[in-house]
Design a protein around this ligand. Structure first.
Ligand code: NAD
Ligand code: TDX
Length: 355
């Protein structure tokens, strides 16, 4: 088992990164330090880790900086004696990549390159560079079959193409310079602290507020939903136990059509929130809208390598996972309003100015 004394986590103020940092502090066998290195884009919310900052003041550090800034990366690695990097930072929303691909190329490809260069400069001090990637690099499935570690790359959106580029760079640094890398390619995550542009929090909050629920096309596209805590445990398992150089696919064995996800959310919001003024069930808010350009039809992951070799299994079932998630968004209006208004930027300055 690999152990680390100080981990640089990039993108730790985002959805999965913040859940990961909390998971490692609260549930993993880890006594070291975590340096959360995040540029706080619209998707980064340092408030998502307020409890961690409070409970682990000597072991949690926040660095407000950009992965494209090599000097800032170098300084953070040196100052905090990091011996591992776990790389989440990315532009992550497919629709934004279609409207405006520039930042995706800059952060996901150029930013990953910059980080790899700084990782390489650490030499033997670096025990691990773990790269967090997506199943979208494999393209789209038909009615049957699954993505696995041997599926050829065929990305369709600027987002997935930029993630594919970053995956190739990471593996090139392994093959060329012997960088100690591991990679995970994961399916759609759900859970607390997800920015409400993604399907599940967007539909939950729109349903709560009686707004339209914009389902792309017929809503028949399929995603394989994985609870974010199961993903975090998978990353920790791979980071600490996988053979260096390996890739693992991570999925929830939980395929659902988008329309069924939205209807499930509507039923849960009807159950836990006050009724709409009209008394109509929330599913009446569903509005079929123009389809996403190049919309991948189906994603599904065969995660048997991870199950077989490292004994990981998703612990959350969809029924309770979806219910807990919807209830979390209904019970955290302050978090929702802070990510929507950008108030967290004031919060970070207030809370971290002196660190
Ligand atoms: P997110 O958009 O919620 O968070 C991204 C974080 O990265 C934010 O805190 C943002 O401030 C930070 N960031 C962006 N650009 C940066 C830069 N140039 N320098 C430093 N920080 C920067 O994303 P997420 O959903 O948490 O995804 C995390 C990772 O997991 C990404 O690499 C994504 O591709 C991958 N992934 C996500 C999913 C999913 O369902 N959300 C599934 C598979 C893989
Ligand atoms: O308003 C919407 N209406 C809708 O029908 C939105 C936001 C989405 N959708 C559909 C598009 C997808 O088929 O729902 C599905 C899920 O959409 P997103 O939440 O945008 O996720 P997706 O595009 O599948 O990508 C996600 O999973 C893989 C993450 O955003 C990526 O970062 C990750 O790599």
């Amino acid at each position: 088992m690999r152990s680390f004394s100080s981990i640089l986590v990039t993108g730790g103020a985002g959805f999965i990164g913040s859940n990961f940092i909390r998971h490692v502090f609260r549930h993993a066998d880890f006594s070291g330090k975590i340096v959360n290195f995040d540029a706080l884009t619209y998707a980064g919310n340092a408030e998502s880790l307020a409890d961690v900052a409070r409970d682990f003041p000597d072991r949690y550090v926040f660095v407000h900086a950009d992965i494209r800034d090599g000097e800032a990366v170098r300084k953070a690695l040196k100052e905090h004696g990091c011996d591992a990097i776990i790389h989440f930072a990315a532009e992550s929303h497919v629709d934004r990549s279609i409207a405006s691909p520039d930042d995706f190329v800059q952060t996901n490809i150029v930013g990953t390159f910059r980080l790899l260069e700084e990782a390489r400069a650490l030499g033997p001090r670096l025990k691990l560079f773990h790269h967090v990637s997506t199943d979208e690099v494999f393209g789209s499935l038909g009615e049957t079959g699954f993505f696995s570690e041997t599926t050829p790359y065929a990305p369709h959106s600027p987002y997935s193409a930029s993630k594919a580029g970053s995956d190739h760079l990471v593996r090139a640094y392994r093959d060329t310079y012997g960088l100690p890398v591991t990679v995970t390619n994961c399916s759609n995550n759900y859970g607390p602290y997800q920015f409400p542009e993604k399907l599940i929090p967007l539909m939950t909050l729109n349903a709560l507020e009686g707004k339209d629920l914009p389902v792309y096309g017929e809503g028949l596209n399929v995603r394989d939903w994985l609870h974010v805590e199961d993903h975090c445990e998978a990353i920790w398992t791979v980071a600490t136990r996988a053979r260096l150089g390996e890739t693992y696919c991570v999925g929830g064995r939980n395929e659902m059509r988008n329309i069924d996800v939205v209807e499930r959310i509507c039923a849960l919001v009807d159950k836990f929130a006050p009724p709409l003024p009209s008394g109509a069930p929330r599913r009446s808010l569903v509005k079929h809208v123009t389809d996403r350009l190049g919309h991948d039809r189906r994603y599904a992951i065969d995660c048997s390598k991870l199950e077989r070799e490292l004994g990981w299994k998703p612990a959350h079932d969809a029924a309770s996972g979806f219910e807990d998630t919807v209830r979390w968004y209904l019970s955290n209006p302050e978090w929702v309003s802070s990510v929507r208004t950008g108030a967290y930027r004031t919060w970070i300055e207030r809370n971290y100015a002196s660190r």
